[in-house]
Design a protein around this ligand. Structure first.
Ligand SMILES: NC(=O)c1ccc[n+]([C@@H]2O[C@H](COP(=O)([O-])OP(=O)(O)OC[C@H]3O[C@@H](n4cnc5c(N)ncnc54)[C@H](OP(=O)(O)O)[C@@H]3O)[C@@H](O)[C@H]2O)c1
Length: 311
């Protein structure tokens, strides 16, 4: 195969700037594997990059292939990688600049994490970026455990749905915000105290929390300080900008560093295979529905993850 299909954008704009292009099929170099992508996931970073929202902070080269994570099968290996890996089912976060909405990608062999037969390709594709964002926040930056009280914002979303399950699995008491329509859904994930943001003000209901996981920024971030006990931790993803008020409230503010981290991804895969966490696929779209995938993600009210079938 010398060329392949990739979903790309050549200029910033709405979902209509996305096109299917034929591009050269990449070859695995030393230490790399080539992967036939079967399913990719849809993440807010995809539409944020395409729209130009991040052009001052995240420089990219155009045309750019959309997508950051997914799952597939290793089809070739470069020097130094065992040929026994050919045919292995894997999931991954690709290296920066490598879009996963393509029939084939290459990545360092270490970043391609094996998936057991018990985990479907779709569930495996839904796991990496959302799961590792939750992991970076609630395992690496502000570890949750038994007896800890944690508030997870946007618990119905791609990151939040994994964060609730991880925190619950690790024995924490979990409060979460979501719309009233998603209350039963977040309870089914293990939330002890769901709060409907369209009916109640979480900052008046909750207090004395050890950790707030802020996936939203802005006004939600500002109001979240009141929920923390003194000495508590606010751990944030880079979403909307916020003002750091750690000193005023006597708390710590951390930014979770979301990295490909194959060891953490392998542990997440293990948790999913053992049914301790479940990747939530709220929507599965066909390859030619790529623009709709961006639209739905940008709308921002999905349940769990959106995934896109690549082959
Ligand atoms: N490296 C990083 O820093 C990094 C990594 C991953 C994600 N992120 C960022 O983190 C954010 C979340 O990512 P995601 O993948 O979870 O997005 P997502 O799946 O699109 O999240 C959508 C969810 O947000 C909820 N929501 C919207 N407004 C809300 C509010 N005011 N209060 C509570 N929930 C609200 C919605 O719930 P309802 O439908 O119930 O309204 C929906 O379920 C994005 O901004 C993303 O860019 C950053």
């Amino acid at each position: 195969m010398n060329d392949m299909k990739a979903i790309q954008f050549s200029r910033y704009g709405g979902p209509d700037v996305l096109t299917v292009n034929r591009v050269p099929s990449p070859t695995a170099r030393a230490g790399e594997v080539a992967v036939e992508v079967h399913v990719a996931s849809v993440n807010p970073i995809d539409w944020k990059l395409r729209s130009g929202l991040l052009q001052k902070v995240v420089p990219i080269e155009l045309p750019m292939t959309s997508g950051r994570d997914g799952a597939g099968v290793i089809c070739a290996v470069g020097d130094g990688v065992s040929t026994s890996r050919i045919g292995q089912r894997v999931c991954f976060i690709a290296s920066r600049g490598v879009g996963t909405w393509a029939e084939r990608i290459v990545l360092p062999g270490a970043l391609a994490v094996p998936i057991p037969d018990s985990l479907s390709m779709i569930d495996a594709a839904a796991l990496p970026l959302g799961g590792l964002s939750a992991w970076a926040a609630l395992v690496s930056s502000a570890p949750v455990g038994p007896g800890r009280k944690v508030l997870v914002h946007a618990g119905a979303g791609g990151v939040g749905s994994m964060a609730i399950q991880l925190a619950h699995h690790r024995g924490a008491y979990v409060a979460t915000t979501c719309s009233a329509a998603n209350i039963d859904f977040v309870k089914s994930l293990g939330a002890d105290q769901p709060i409907a943001y369209d009916e109640d003000d979480f900052s008046r209901t909750l207090s004395g929390f050890d950790i707030v996981f802020d996936t939203l920024g802005g006004e939600v971030h500002r109001k979240s300080y009141a929920v923390l006990r003194k000495g508590g931790t606010m751990v944030c993803l880079v979403a909307a900008p916020f003002e750091n008020q750690a000193e005023t409230y006597g708390v710590t503010v951390k930014i979770a560093q979301v990295l490909p981290d194959p060891e953490a991804l392998a542990r997440l895969v293990g948790l999913a295979a053992a049914d301790n966490v479940k990747p939530i696929v709220g929507k599965r779209l066909a390859f030619d529905e790529f623009a709709e995938a961006h639209r739905l993600s940008e709308y921002g009210h999905g349940r769990g993850k959106i995934v896109l079938t690549i082959r």
